[in-house]
Design a protein around this ligand. Structure first.
Ligand SMILES: Nc1nc2c(c(=O)[nH]1)N[C@H]1C(S)=C(S)[C@@H](COP(=O)(O)O)O[C@H]1N2
Ligand SMILES: [Mo]
Length: 420
């Protein structure tokens, strides 16, 4: 996961240009390391790849990342073994900006990924509606459509206690991704059927072997809920719910039912297995909070983060992500001394509601141990809590909705680790 350490070893095995290259124009020292390579490929020589034709186009027809990026992959949620009821995490330590490429979107399946033929897929709409309806995928795609960039986060993203501290941001925060989603407003489809005034809740059920199902308040269904069929421009990946999924912006990942096959309107929650045995939060007094839908504001530094390595003191750009299920991010502060002092980070445009916001802060590391933290505020004024504040209110028995401030320790030798 370290972007720098392996590079150092790899370079050491080759012939090195030992005299430092001085780049003009205030380039940071990090740029110097990138310029080191095999002598023959460096100025004034012509690099090997300029001396012959490159690979032809259409090789392969669906483009792939450079083979040099083969470490940028999803990894299973440690230490869970890979089974059909498991999760994989997005490698945020290797990503830039706010968009998750489709092949790196995190996955959480309760019964594996079904292989659905879109021509045989149907969406059923029934219960407290004036006319029950059944839609083909062609019917769905004919409706007026919208595209929005939203994050999606599993409410089990990050750990309360009891687990070995996870070493990288991929393992602490990787059950969260962000894409441009295209589909139809759920309200459009519901109005096509006509809602019974008694309809207050909606059941959404998936076509996987888990038949995963959740209850959604009608207010959300009629607000910004979508049924989506495309992700970053192409049809959904099978792992993300191909051919159709429910998308509830800002709501916990679990409610975003994949492989969507059935919507049923009712006058109360349906109390499905997935919202009673799971996805309720056990409080210190033994009571369970149920229907904790919204993902509260959260942020994390992705560089430098656990497993990475700072080769020397000097300039670094601290960078990370902030998001809130309640709306826009208004502020991110960064501390390099474990929360004693804070500096306001720069926020990258666009700053969208229920979407990731990239933040950055220039920093000169003086080579002594440092403790990096980020703390975000959203447009409701909610401030991301410290771990102590969160545990004080919620105790230690919850599995879900952990959004505390994350600390990365930078040791004197430049190694970065998780110190929860
Ligand atoms: N039908 C169905 N929908 C599902 C699930 C599932 O197992 N089956 N997993 C849920 C959970 S727990 C999460 S966090 C998100 C994960 O979405 P992703 O795999 O596209 O990242 O999908 C939700 N929707
Ligand atoms: Mo989840």
């Amino acid at each position: 996961m370290s972007r720098r350490k392996p590079e150092k070893t790899r370079i050491a095995r080759r012939k090195l240009l030992t005299g430092g290259v001085v780049l003009a124009g205030g380039a940071a020292s990090a740029a110097l390391t990138a310029a080191r390579a095999v002598d023959d490929n460096l100025p004034p020589h012509l690099p090997a790849w300029m001396k012959e034709q490159g690979a032809p186009f259409l090789s392969p027809p669906y483009g792939q990342p450079s083979p040099f990026e083969k470490n940028v992959i999803r990894r299973p949620r440690a230490p869970t073994p890979t089974t059909t009821a498991a999760a994989s995490m997005t490698p945020w330590q290797n990503l830039h900006g706010i968009i998750t490429p489709n092949g790196l979107h995190f996955e959480r399946h309760h019964a594996g990924v079904p292989a659905i033929d879109p021509d045989q897929h149907r969406l059923i709409l029934h219960g407290l509606v004036k006319r029950p309806l059944i839609f083909t995928m062609d019917d769905i795609v004919r409706f007026p459509s919208e595209s929005h960039i939203y994050f999606l986060e599993c409410s089990g993203n990050s750990f309360w206690t009891g687990n070995t501290p996870q070493s990288t941001v991929q393992h602490t925060h990787g059950e969260m991704s962000c894409c441009e989603w295209t589909g139809v407003r759920l309200s459009t489809v519901l109005h096509e059927a006509g809602l019974d005034p008694q309809a207050k809740w909606m059941l959404a059920e998936g076509a996987d072997a888990a038949g995963m199902a959740r209850s959604v308040p009608i207010t959300k269904a009629l607000d910004d809920a979508l049924i989506v069929y495309a992700q970053n421009g192409e049809r959904l990946r099978p792992e993300q719910g191909y051919p159709l999924r429910l998308f509830l912006p800002g709501y916990e990942g679990n409610t975003n039912v994949k492989w969507l096959r059935r919507l049923k309107l009712g006058d109360q929650p349906f109390q499905t297995r997935d919202e009673t045995s799971k996805y309720t939060d056990l409080m210190p007094d033994g009571a369970a909070r149920q229907f904790t839908f919204v993902m509260e504001a959260k942020s994390v530094i992705t560089f430098p983060s656990g497993g990475q390595f700072l080769r020397e003191k000097g300039f670094y750009e601290i960078s990370g992500l902030a998001w809130s299920g309640r709306g826009r991010i208004t502020r991110v502060d960064v501390s390099t001394d474990a929360g004693t002092t804070w500096k306001e980070a720069r926020l990258q445009q666009p700053i969208l509601a229920k979407c990731l916001t990239r933040f950055r802060l220039s920093w000169n590391w003086d080579g002594t141990p440092a403790y990096l933290q980020s703390r975000t505020v959203d447009e409701t004024g909610y401030v991301q809590p410290t771990r102590a504040q969160l545990v004080d209110v919620r105790g230690l028995h919850s599995d879900y909705h952990y959004n505390a401030i994350q600390t990365w320790q930078i040791a004197q030798d430049g190694t970065v680790s998780n110190v929860v």
